[in-house]
Design a protein around this ligand. Structure first.
Ligand code: CA
Ligand code: CA
Ligand code: CA
Ligand code: CA
Length: 489
């Protein structure tokens, strides 16, 4: 029943859905087309120095006829078009030495994961969703006796969701949005975050709407682990499962500004763009846990790392079976932080499906690192509700202490993953760090109060313990005192 990754090629920097929906041949490990990517030849990204106005930049470089296509204006990041006479390398070099431009880089073509990744799920009976093997293997019932993710917002940066699906309806956070085209393009509609199709094979790969259903399945899996969390759908993948680096960065920044506490990215790229890394860094400073699928190329990260999963401070997720055997299609390697089940995973699919998807069915079964990642996102939500995780370091420590080592059962894989396979019940039973112990001596005394106040006064991230994150105010002091009064676990 395991459906191998059919995705035989991932162009460099192709941001592709990391889900595999159909039976097909195994992935071709080491496919060097991973290095051959296609930057969008008439687009580029400019990161301006603080206080610089984009209009003055456009004037300074008027001969190149740059036009603003899209913006993350609050961060001084702009997507510009340029005339066809300007080469990629010229764009990369022309701004060197200009103090107004912090960084320039190319935008990358969105990519399809390749033939066979069509949205064909195997039909499963509705009752199977709540009773599938991962519910037992991860210990979800035990875990949910202690935490359900209440009050936690999980941003799902994906293909949108079906808001009418029984597993999704009533469980969305306000602020759902779509970034699937440039503002002004006919396709761009910020309100249209719905996981729908257009019944056309827009990318001419003989697959119609192969991305449809992906986001609905991903969101429902996060909610399977954390049933009382709320999902914020941010649509970046179109109905063919494609997007661009710029849109992914824009979506992460949007999730930050919407105060999501967890961000799930079931998509990957062979290029680690600076604007995505910058967005990841900003999220990490605010205590947001970022989870990303490792990708389905069957490659070791030392050969072909995929991003953002392989970035520091991102929980990159390798797919295994329920016992921890690495899936043949999954990327692996110790650049990826942990593993979760991603074979024969049952989840929600849009009820109003189209194209090749199952008409009228509500649940389907599929494989992919895409479906392993949201299980980790759900776990993060449970730990955040418990206040065991306030920031990335806490999550990292929890996984180090509770994940199941899978090296011994994967002799064919050199260091399959940095840590191991998640055990949700064990993670929820983890005692948690001693948040008030600023002196790291496992006791709480006046020194810790002094150190907290010093950290608070200089605006250190460690002292930003309560919402609103990114601000040091009285709620952080109250939270510290609560942790202090509660003692070390
Ligand atoms: Ca297609
Ligand atoms: Ca289409
Ligand atoms: Ca102490
Ligand atoms: Ca705060």
């Amino acid at each position: 029943m395991a459906h191998m990754a059919a995705h035989k090629t991932i162009p460099l920097a192709a941001l592709a859905i990391s889900g595999v929906f159909a039976a097909g041949p195994p992935a071709l490990a080491g496919d060097d087309e991973c290095l051959g990517g296609n930057p969008l030849s008439q687009e580029g990204i400019l990161e301006l120095a603080p206080g610089v106005d984009i209009q003055s930049v456009l004037l300074d470089y008027a001969e190149y006829e740059f036009e603003v296509l899209d913006a993350i204006a609050s961060r001084g990041i702009y997507l510009v078009s340029r005339n066809a006479l300007m080469s990629d390398s010229t764009f990369e070099q022309i701004f060197l030495g200009d103090p107004d431009i912090d960084h320039s880089e190319l935008n990358f073509e969105a990519g399809d994961p390749g033939p066979g990744t069509q949205s064909i799920f195997l039909f499963t009976a509705p009752g199977m969703f709540q009773h599938q093997p991962i519910v037992t293997s991860l210990g979800l019932e035990d875990a949910q006796a202690s935490a359900t993710g209440e009050g936690v917002k999980i941003a799902v940066i994906d293909s949108g969701v079906d808001p009418t699906h029984g597993q999704i309806a009533g469980r969305l956070a306000p602020g759902a949005i779509a970034f699937t085209a440039h503002p002004g393009d006919a396709e761009y509609d910020p309100a249209n975050y719905i996981d729908t199709c257009n019944a056309n094979d827009d990318d001419n790969d003989a697959l119609i709407d192969e991305g449809v259903g992906h986001g609905t399945a991903v969101a429902a899996l996060a909610l399977l682990v954390a049933p009382d969390a709320r999902v914020l759908p941010i649509k970046v993948l179109n109905d063919e499962g494609k997007t661009t680096a710029f849109r992914v960065a824009k979506a992460i920044i949007y999730a930050i500004d919407q105060r999501a506490q967890v961000i799930n990215l079931s998509l990957s790229s062979c290029a680690g763009l600076r604007i995505i890394e910058r967005a990841v860094d900003e999220a990490e400073e605010l205590g947001i846990i970022i989870v990303a699928a490792a990708g389905n190329s069957g490659n070791h990260a030392d050969d072909f790392p995929e991003f953002p999963a392989a970035m520091n401070k991102v929980a990159g997720v390798v797919a295994t079976d329920t016992a921890g055997h690495v899936a043949p299609f999954s990327n692996y390697g110790d650049n990826y932080f942990l593993a979760a089940p991603g074979i024969d995973i049952i989840s929600a699919i849009p009820t109003d499906s189209c194209g090749p998807a199952l008409p009228g069915s509500e649940f389907g079964e599929a494989d992919g690192t895409s479906f392993a990642a949201p299980l980790v996102a759900g776990l993060a939500a449970l730990l955040i509700e418990q206040e065991k995780v306030l920031r990335w370091n806490d999550f990292r420590d929890c996984i180090r202490d509770t994940a199941i080592n899978i090296e011994g059962i994967n002799p064919g894989f050199d260091q399959p993953v940095e840590e191991g396979l998640i055990d949700v019940a064990a993670a929820i039973a983890w005692p948690g760090p001693c948040h008030a112990d600023f002196s790291d001596d496992l006791t709480l005394d006046f020194t810790d109060i002094t150190m907290f106040l010093q950290a608070f006064a200089i605006g250190d991230d460690e002292a930003d313990m309560a919402e609103p994150r990114g601000q040091h105010d009285f709620s952080d002091v109250i939270k510290f005192l609560q942790f202090f009064a509660g003692g070390c676990p």
